[in-house]
Design a binder for this molecule. Structure first.
Ligand code: SF4
Length: 552
């Protein structure tokens, strides 16, 4: 096997390949890695293994074999060397209940044995895997079969590395339960996509492998005099009027600098290392840009360009998106007017217009037709929304249609600020998933805003922003004078108003909702990323689940 001109394959990558080809592809080709609790536990185990008789951790590479790797331990018995691979977990058992190595561990141990042999020039006839949870050591003969299994695995790894197509999910569902990449791979959702044509009550209930909530939170820095700095491996926020606040990187999903808040180079470098995006927004909430660490997403972007280049496919996705948006708006109105027959009667014709718009959008074959139906529905929706504001909230809080730039009333100032926060969250999710935000399906690149982020936002305007704004206004959380600044005809949130709305918005993101297509409950913060991942599946051979989000 002559491989001198090709990069060597990591032995750990062969381990992943033997476990699941898709896992290999995600980790090695798309370079997506998630350090979960099991991986941290494995690292700790290796740090604890200071047995004096071992020659610990030797890093070896052989271009002819085409592999490189770091051996856990090497031992000598009767003059012969053999590698020992340590595993925290349990071993496999044969039908006679005797310990056996898992296929992926066997392949890994064999590859290390071959590396050791080529490095020392001495024959290595055996490799061992030590399973600490079973207190068992499995001996693996380094025979012809074992060598040819390693060679075949290297060839397969190279084949997969040269394609842009992600392999399908494994047929062995049990492997996914222990897989650290399940939240990125979404294997259950891929299996569900195969059954999407069936009625909802006949689809299998998916196993929950996607976390319900973000473990990390957005860090908003609102004060103009605040500065984000670095303090060892943590982030600190210094504000002359307050105590210094410290945040571990594991708590922070992204940083949002509002207005003139600053960040030091040291903090930016830490964010790059930890994969924490930093966003800049103006005082009025307009998005200025982001700094993100390096994301190697070439294959994902090639698949996205290929998928969305076809107009028919882009229109089909856009149709689903607009139908979903109008249905969400309609359901919001129906739900909010459920207990008020008088209001329901007043908005009846707007509701009818929206129902007509849904039918029209569902039958549209052109982008311009879709935008037309979307516009008709939006006018009816915002007109009707005014009727849902509690009279006790004050006449100043009632909107007059929708005014964007600039907002002309307080309700619209809240909506505009909320949409800009949402836009930033969607951009973050798109970047995290590794898609190109500038290449969308419905919105065209007319402004500085990313079209794909504007597309995906359509699914979340109602559940995350509109419902939060209406709820907060009706609970009288905003004071017409204290929380707003009026300049001529324009209305903006005051400093205090911005802070209050950010906390309303962030709380709403943490609220949980049952996703109707997936069948499980998760926070809206998580749902944004989930929808981006479901969108990616649309052009990756697992279509049907994107834009099914609805409210009850
Ligand atoms: S979640 Fe399952 S299909 Fe996906 S990479 Fe892991 S083992 Fe493979």
């Amino acid at each position: 096997m002559s491989t001198a001109n090709e990069p060597t394959v990591r032995v750990m990558a062969l381990h992943a390949l033997a476990y699941c080809e898709r896992l290999f592809y995600l980790e090695e080709v798309e370079e997506i890695r998630v350090a979960d609790a099991a991986i941290w536990a494995g690292r700790r185990l290796h740090q604890e293994l200071d047995e004096p008789e071992d020659i610990i951790t030797l890093t070896l590479e052989d271009e002819t074999l085409g592999i490189r790797g770091r051996l856990d331990a090497i031992r000598r018995r009767d003059g012969s060397l053999y590698p020992v691979e340590h595993k925290r977990g349990r071993c496999k058992k044969d039908p006679n209940k005797q310990p056996q190595a898992w296929d992926s561990d066997r392949l890994q141990a064999l590859a290390y044995a071959m590396l050791l042999e080529s490095h020392t020039g001495q024959a290595v006839v055996e490799a061992r895997v030590r399973y600490h949870a079973s207190n068992a050591t499995v001996r693996i003969p380094v025979d012809e079969q074992g060598r040819s299994d390693v060679t075949a695995a290297v060839l397969r790894a190279r084949q997969l590395s040269s394609t842009t197509d992600r392999p399908p999910v494994t047929s062995d569902e049990r492997k996914c339960i222990r897989c650290s990449l399940a939240p990125v791979c979404l294997p259950e959702e891929s299996r569900l996509a195969d059954t999407v044509e069936r009625p909802a009550d006949q689809r299998p209930a998916p196993l929950r492998l996607y976390p319900p909530d973000h473990e990390r939170r957005s860090l908003h820095v609102v004060s103009h005099r605040a500065r984000v700095g670095r303090s060892s491996d943590s982030l600190s926020v210094t504000d002359p009027d307050k105590k210094v606040e410290r945040f571990s990187c594991r708590e922070v999903s992204d940083i949002v600098l509002h207005g003139h808040a600053q960040i030091t180079t040291q903090a930016l470098r830490l964010c790059a290392k930890e994969g924490i995006p930093v966003h800049w927004v103006t005082t009025s909430g307009a998005y200025l840009g982001a700094f993100t660490g390096q994301v190697n997403a070439v294959q994902r972007r090639i698949r996205q360009y290929r998928g969305l280049a076809g107009d028919d496919f882009a229109i089909q996705l856009s149709r689903r998106l607009i139908v979903a948006k109008i249905e969400l708006q309609l359901r919001h109105l129906l739900r909010s007017s459920r207990k008020n027959g008088g209001v329901r009667d007043t908005i009846a014709s707007d509701l009818d217009n929206m129902r007509q718009a849904i039918k029209g959008a569902a039958g549209s074959t052109e982008r311009s037709q879709l935008m037309g139906h979307e516009g008709t529905a939006a006018r009816a929706y915002f007109r009707a929304l005014a009727g849902l504001v509690n009279p006790d909230a004050g006449a100043e809080m009632v909107p007059s249609g929708r005014s964007r730039r600039p907002p002309l009333d307080r309700f619209n100032a809240l909506l505009s600020f909320g949409y800009s926060l949402l836009y930033r969250d969607v951009v973050s999710a798109v970047m995290r998933v590794g898609l190109e935000p500038a290449f969308g399906m419905l919105h065209q690149p007319h402004s500085a805003a990313y079209p794909l982020a504007l597309d995906i936002m359509e699914l979340f305007r109602v559940p995350i922003v509109d419902m939060a704004v209406l709820g907060a206004v009706n609970r009288r959380m905003f004071h017409p004078a204290q929380h707003f600044t009026v300049t001529g005809h324009q209305v903006w949130l005051s400093d205090q108003g911005r802070r209050r709305f950010i906390s309303v918005y962030e709380r709403r993101k943490q609220e949980e909702h049952r996703h109707p297509a997936i069948g499980y409950t998760l926070s809206y913060a998580r749902m944004i990323e989930l929808e981006v991942r479901l969108l990616e599946k649309e052009w990756s051979g697992e279509p049907g689940l994107f834009a099914q989000l609805r409210i009850r």
